[in-house]
Design a protein. Structure first.
Lengths: 777, 169
């Protein structure tokens, strides 16, 4: 980072800090969410129902068309060749043999690629989505092992793959920092996240720790992870005759991609159209990476449509994952188990070009009432593929360290781990001082402990054995914040038959389209069948990322805004002869495909009647919600109490998770069927994090060693027990629909719950993920 | 000779390198069969060949010349779903839907393996004529089909429901 960038970032940070202070102190009524969403009180019967996902029949019949399944006339197929050196220059790049293969259309390298600008980096502008700003096939420099150096375009995939294998590249390697220890020796930097330093200090935590009645002080390490969506990254793209670059992609950010790719090719964002109706899993990994620009450039050069589906290996080479962490958690407590010192510090590695340190202290900031605190993330730079966000960045690995440490303290203090946690529940946010918008972790724990049979757990390890299996139970707290990012917008078009909602949102399996349909149906007083939820297209209103578990809040707030504008239009159209004449939008409710006065439901007129009298086939309104200031006015977090029962084989060290229960406090649950799947999905990824997942990184050559699904181990059916999920369903009074995000929280706390259960089973504390059997023998 | 894909004869590809997976997707437009790794590690490309489940990415199209290939499109359509497809929707045995066709094709053939008495790695008694369809058996037998969204519980529930295995656990 240059001095200028540093200064800019500091200035942004100061401005943000000043704004944060002002918003925190502002009266409630100035803040979005000050009045509870009317849908919390009164619904039309759709929110909260276990509606099966609306795209289910298409998906189970194989009729949902993913991005690599769009066939364009005269389409060619592409394959990528990667550098295998971490840093240096291309010494030779011989493409002649590849070009000679019959059916090869062209080979694109830095020598003939069209001019491309680097991608504006994520957070550097409202719609910027680049993972880094490295050059894309513009020169002979190599920045990471795996960087694309050539793209083959051919008549068939078989020909493209064959020709890619014939490209001979050699590299002049330069010294590169690829090992954690070497990177640390070069010095550390302060990590920052959202333009704020990842550092908080309250009192003198080290001194307090030293004087504490009980204390623990331990180091926890977590490896690299990859998202591993089963759908490979793929796009089909075309430069149309009208000058529009048309991209059929699989992405969590259609609007951001259109803008960013526009910048790459010097086009305005309306000249790039990105559609993505189905995304075959994302988890943070389906953003922008160099392959989209490579495919678009290849299509430009070939003057024909191009399909690029990355090989599984290419995904590991081009798409970054979660960065490794080396964390310290030290806890000091009184004889009664009240925390006096809470220290959570450590290091994470990032690529020099990545703007994203793994922010593992985020969950700790609002976790416990401690007299003193020291939270700090320092970064080191490893010359590698840029790391990025992966499901619950920060919280997934941060809760592993924090919640294992709490379990360790519970044992030292001789206090039940649940009781210890509840004794340290904060009244208000310990770092920001803000009131919580809704926090019912105690209720989640009590429900879960009873259901799971926590009273049957022995506090002493090695107390239960069945045959050659030791059995243990553990628990941990999961947490994830409520986010709502700026940029939301929606358009509602109402006809006598129903309503169409247009919003540039995404469906990658969360059940977004289904839940949003239920919400829109309740909001408009229509049946779900009368709602068409139209999404996944950059030409639609809004900049709505499917990330940060914020999409449902963003869609919800956007629909609220558009609905309000629509109601105002309808009142105008209704005129003076209507029972709703002269009403303000806030004085009206929707029911039975029409509007009524909130205080007199009999004063009602149907949409069809209003439209017919106005002689209009439809009425449409588009609006944006206010800026998400609620996030700076309340401390807004979801919580979960995670319970695991594990069996550890006394002979082999093999760990089996035999039972799991997640108890969630995430506000109102909009659809119990799809929400349960989201919770279970997060938990299962958490089981992977606990027991098997690791992107193995060769510290000598800066290269991912297990770039395949055979060698990167994911939980498979036999690894996944019946997972029970329950929830408080207490609405958050300050969020749209009373809901908080649910997509990421499942992976948080799960790793610690499993680790704590393993300790309870065999008395061995493993603080280094994944907990594989070799570490238990 | 020809392949018989969902009951329809299809001439084999001219290029012998074409996998059954690419033949279905790129030559026949049957994109319901998915590609997750192209190396036999994920199961997304599972189809049924003469009643047995096969990884179409590791099978050349010319190898199944003359054989009956059933893909997800051959099991049912959105308006007329196979009982297992309907059970997947009911039990939410899917999220993103990408591994789903492979899971369903795999399960349809897996049930036949179970009924034929073929043992698995978790079958305790190899001499018993019939094998109980316990959840452990189903999970073991479906472990070649990866799911990253975490729909595993729903998938197993859907299989039990569609094939009348309820309470087998």
């Amino acid at each position: 980072m240059s001095i200028l960038d540093n200064a800019k970032s500091r200035a942004q940070g100061l401005a943000m800090a000043a704004l944060t202070k002002a918003v925190a102190l502002a009266p409630d009524k100035w803040i979005p969410g000050s009045t509870p969403d009317p849908l919390i009180r009164k619904q039309n019967g759709h929110v909260g129902k276990p509606l099966s996902r609306l795209d289910g029949p298409l998906k189970v019949a194989g009729q949902a068309r993913f991005s690599a399944e769009v066939a364009l006339p005269n389409m060619a197929y592409a394959a990528i060749v990667h550098a295998d050196t971490p840093k240096g220059r291309i010494a030779s790049l011989d493409t002649a043999a590849a070009e000679a293969v019959p059916g090869v259309v062209l080979v694109m390298t830095h020598r003939n690629a069209p001019r491309m600008n680097p991608m504006p980096v994520f957070m550097s502008a409202a719609k910027a989505a680049g993972p880094d700003a490295l050059p894309i096939l513009q020169d002979d420099r190599i920045h990471w092992s795996g960087q694309p150096v050539a793209v083959v375009v051919a008549e068939t995939q078989e020909i493209a793959d064959e020709a890619a294998g014939l490209i001979a590249a050699t590299f002049k390697e330069e010294p590169a920092v690829t090992a954690f220890a070497a990177a640390r020796a070069k010095g550390t930097q302060q990590g920052s996240f959202m333009a704020q330093p990842l550092r908080n200090e309250i009192g003198d935590a080290e001194k307090t720790l030293a004087a504490a009645h009980f204390r623990i002080d331990a180091r926890y390490t977590t490896p690299r992870h990859n998202h591993n969506a089963i759908e490979l990254h793929a796009l089909t793209c075309e430069w149309q005759d009208d000058g529009v670059l048309r991209i059929h992609d699989t992405t969590q950010m259609v609007a951001q991609e259109a803008w960013t790719i526009g910048r790459v090719f010097g086009l305005s964002e309306d000249k790039v159209v990105v559609t993505s109706p189905f995304v075959g899993g994302g988890f943070g990994g389906k953003g922008l990476w160099q392959h989209q620009a490579c495919a678009a450039a290849a299509a430009k050069l070939a003057k024909r449509p191009v399909r690029l589906m990355l090989s599984r290996e290419s995904v590991y080479r081009i798409v970054g994952g979660r960065a490794p962490t080396d964390q310290r958690v030290a806890l000091g407590a009184t004889a009664e188990g009240k925390l006096t010192a809470l220290i959570h510090t450590g290091l994470t590695a990032k690529s020099p070009a990545s703007p994203m340190p793994e922010p593992f202290i985020l969950p700790t900031r609002s976790a416990y009432a401690a007299e003193t605190m020291l939270l700090d993330v320092k970064t080191v730079e490893i010359e590698s593929l840029s790391n990025t966000f992966m499901r619950a960045p920060g919280e997934a690995v941060g809760t592993f360290a924090l919640e294992c440490a709490i379990d360790e303290l519970a044992e030292v203090a001789g206090i039940d781990p649940i009781e210890l946690r509840l004794r340290n529940e904060p009244e208000k946010d310990p770092v920001s001082g803000l009131p919580f918008s809704g926090r019912h972790l105690d209720a989640a724990y009590r429900m879960a402990a009873e259901k799971f049979g926590w009273d049957r757990r022995s506090p002493t390890p090695r107390a239960q054995r069945e045959g050659e299996w030791w059995v243990g139970m553990g628990c941990a707290t999961g947490t994830y914040p409520y986010y709502r990012m700026p940029g939301g917008a929606a358009r509602i078009t109402l006809t006598a038959e129903g309503a169409k909602i247009d919003i540039a949102a995404h469906e990658m399996g969360m059940g977004t389209a289904t839940a949003a349909t239920q919400v829109a149906a309740d909001r408009l007083g229509l049946s779900p069948e009368a709602i068409a939820f139209n999404y996944g297209d950059s030409t639609l209103p809004g900049t709505v990322m499917a990330g940060g578990s914020q999409q449902t809040a963003s869609i919800g707030a956007s629909i609220v805004a558009a609905h309000r504008a629509l109601v105002a239009e309808l009142v105008k159209l209704a005129g003076n002869d209507s029972p709703i004449a002269g009403a303000k939008p806030d004085e009206l409710s929707c029911r039975d495909a029409g509007l009524c006065r909130a205080d007199d439901e009999a004063a009602y007129e149907s949409y069809a009647s209003i439209l017919a009298r106005a002689n209009r086939p439809s009425v449409s309104a588009e609006a944006s919600p206010p800026l998400p200031l609620e996030m700076m006015h309340w401390s807004m977090h979801s919580h979960a109490a995670m319970f695991a029962e594990v069996r550890v084989n006394a002979v082999t060290g093999e760990v089996r998770v035999s039972r799991f229960l997640g108890s969630f406090d995430c506000g109102r649950i909009l659809n119990p069927k799809t929400a349960a799947s989201q919770f279970r999905g997060g938990i299962i990824m958490g089981l992977g994090l606990a027991l098997m997942e690791e992107t193995q990184f060769d510290e000598r050559k800066g290269r991912v060693m297990n770039a395949s699904l055979a060698e990167y181990h994911l939980p498979v059916h036999l690894d996944v027990p019946d997972i029970e999920v329950i929830w408080t369903d207490i609405p958050d009074p300050h969020t749209p629909m009373g809901a908080r995000g649910i997509g990421e929280i499942g992976i948080t706390g799960t790793g610690a719950a499993v680790a704590n259960a393993i300790y309870n089973a065999i008395g061995k504390r493993v603080r280094d993920l994944p907990i594989t059997l070799d570490k238990l023998l | 000779m020809a392949l018989i894909v969902n009951g329809i004869e299809a001439p084999p590809p001219a290029d012998p390198r074409v996998s059954l997976l690419d033949f279905l997707r790129e030559h026949r437009g049957l994109t319901g069969t998915k590609v997750g790794c192209n190396q036999g590690a994920c199961g997304a490309c599972t189809v049924i060949v003469d009643g047995r489940r096969v990884l179409s990415c590791l099978t050349l199209a010319v190898q199944v010349d003359g054989l009956e290939v059933t893909t997800i499109e051959g099991l049912g359509t959105p308006g007329s779903l196979h009982p297992l497809q309907a059970a997947f929707v009911e039990h939410d045995g899917l999220q993103c839907g990408y591994c789903t066709p492979g899971q369903i094709c795999s399960a349809v053939a897996m049930i036949e393996e179970l009924r034929r008495g073929l043992p698995s790695n978790v079958t305790a008694d190899l001499t018993a004529g019939t094998i109980a369809a316990t959840r452990e058996e189903l999970r073991e037998r479906m472990s070649g089909n990866l799911c990253r969204c975490g729909a595993h519980n729903g998938i197993i529930a859907a299989i039990e429901d569609a094939f009348g295995l309820e309470n087998a656990a």
